[in-house]
Design a protein around this ligand. Structure first.
Ligand code: OGA
Ligand code: NI
Length: 365
C-alpha cells in the first residue's frame, strides 16, 4: 500500500481515511504486452536477493493446515495446533472455513476478467496520487528503488461505510457484488480466528475482537505477469504485513508465495479452496513476539500470469497497541514492544518501501 496521511480516526467521522499514494511507475502487464522478453533494469535484483535452487526446501508440506470448523467447536487439539502454527510458522492454511468454493472461484474469475481489460478500461479505476485505493502500485517511495514485477487493485472493503465505490470495477458486471459477499465471508473467518487466538493468548474470547474496535478490511488483488527472467525479478519484495491477520486466496495450481522460515524461503503449496492465513505485525506485538509476523515474498514464472487476493484485517486507526500483560508474564516480564497508535504505525510503514521487517523497528523496545 502507498503512504498514508490519516488525520481522522475511523470512529470519529464515518468516512474512510484519506491516503497519499506512491510514485507513479510503469504498468508491468503493459511492459510484457509490448515486448514479452523485456525486463527493464529497475526490476532486476541483486542476485543475492534471489532464490537459489538449493534454498528451496521441501518443507512446504509441513506448513500447518487448520480445520476452522473444529476451532468453532473449541476443539482443544485444534486450538493447540493453531497455537503451534502461530508460534512456529506464523503462516498456515485453513480448510472447512465456510466460504463456498463457488464464491472463491467467482472472485478469481472476476479478478482475472478485470485484469484482462485494456489499460484504458482499468485506468478508469486508477489509484490517484493522493489515495492508496484503486488500480496501480504501492510502496514506491523513491525513483531509485527496485520495482516489483506486479500490478494491483486495492480496495477498502470493510466496514461498509468506508467503501469508496469510485474504485470498485464495474466490469466484469457483478464483480462488486461478489467482492461484497467475499469480504463478509472473510470477516466471519477473521472473527473466528481472533476468538481462538484470544483464548490461546490466555485472554477472554472477545478481547482481540474488542481491541480492534471494529475490524477493518482492505483487499489487494495482486497480478503478477509472466516474466522472461523469473530468476532476476521479484513479484513482491520481502515484507511482513502490517495487519492483525491476512487472509490470502491463491490460484489453485500456481506457486509464487514463499515464506521465510529458518533461513529458507519455503513455497506455500496451494490447496484448492483453502485460504492462506498469516499472522500480521499487530498480533506479533499483542503477543509480545510469541506469535510471529513472518517475512514473505512472491516470485514470478515464465509461463503464466499469477493472481493472489490478499485481505488485510486491521484495528481501528486510533487504537493503541502493545503487548498484553498475559503474554509478558509468560516471557520473563520483558516487553519487547512499546505502545504505538495503530494509525501512526501504519503511516510509518506506508511511507517506506517494502523491506523485510524494517518498518517494525518503531514499535520495538
Ligand atoms: C501481499 C502478499 C503474496 C502473494 O499482498 O501482502 O504478501 O502470494 N502477497 O501474492
Ligand atoms: Ni504480504
Amino acid at each position: 500500500m502507498g503512504s498514508i496521511v490519516c488525520e481522522t480516526p475511523f470512529d470519529q467521522e464515518q468516512t474512510a481515511p484519506t491516503f497519499v499514494g506512491s510514485l507513479e511507475v510503469p504498468n508491468v502487464q503493459e511492459i510484457v504486452r509490448d515486448n514479452s522478453s523485456s525486463v527493464p533494469q529497475i526490476y532486476v535484483r541483486d542476485q543475492c536477493d534471489m532464490p537459489k535452487a538449493t534454498e528451496i526446501t521441501h518443507l512446504s508440506t509441513d506448513i500447518p493446515v487448520i480445520d476452522l470448523s473444529l476451532l468453532s467447536d473449541d476443539n482443544i487439539e485444534e486450538l493447540e495446533r493453531l497455537d503451534q502454527a502461530c508460534r512456529d510458522w506464523g503462516f498456515f492454511q485453513v480448510i472447512n472455513h465456510g466460504v463456498p468454493s463457488e464464491v472463491l472461484q467467482n472472485m478469481k474469475q472476476n479478478a482475472e476478467g478485470f485484469f484482462n481489460l485494456s489499460l484504458e478500461e482499468k485506468n478508469k479505476f486508477s489509484m490517484p496520487p493522493d489515495d492508496i485505493q484503486g488500480y496501480g502500485h504501492a510502496y514506491v517511495v523513491s525513483k531509485e528503488q527496485k520495482l516489483d514485477w506486479s500490478d494491483a487493485l486495492v480496495l477498502v472493503t470493510m466496514p461498509q461505510e468506508f467503501r469508496n465505490l469510485q474504485y470498485w470495477p464495474t466490469t466484469p458486471v457483478g464483480f462488486k457484488d461478489i467482492i461484497d459477499t467475499y469480504s463478509k465471508g472473510l470477516a466471519t473467518i477473521g472473527e473466528q480466528l481472533l476468538s481462538s487466538i484470544s483464548l490461546n493468548m490466555g485472554l477472554q474470547r472477545n478481547t482481540l475482537l474488542q481491541e480492534h474496535k471494529g475490524i477493518s478490511q482492505a483487499l489487494r488483488i495482486n497480478y503478477y505477469p509472466p516474466c522472461s527472467k523469473p530468476d532476476q525479478v521479484l513479484g513482491i519484495s520481502p515484507h511482513s504485513d502490517t495487519s492483525s491477520i491476512t487472509i490470502l486466496l491463491q490460484e489453485d495450481h500456481l506457486h509464487g508465495l514463499q515464506i521465510h522460515h529458518n533461513d529458507d524461503w519455503i513455497p506455500v503449496e496451494p490447496i484448492p479452496d483453502a485460504l492462506v492465513i498469516n499472522i500480521g505485525d499487530v498480533i506479533e506485538i499483542w503477543s509480545n513476539g510469541k506469535y510471529k509476523s513472518i517475512e514473505h515474498r512472491a516470485v514470478t514464472n515464465e509461463c503464466k500470469a499469477r493472481m493472489s487476493l490478499a485481505a488485510f484485517l486491521f484495528p481501528n486507526l486510533d487504537k493503541e497497541i502493545e503487548p498484553f500483560d498475559s503474554m509478558v508474564k509468560s516471557q520473563d516480564m520483558i516487553k519487547n514492544y512499546k505502545k504505538v497508535k495503530y494509525g501512526d504505525y501504519l503511516l510509518n510503514s506506508m511511507k517506506r518501501k517494502l523491506e523485510g521487517k524494517t518498518h517494525t523497528e518503531m514499535a520495538k523496545n
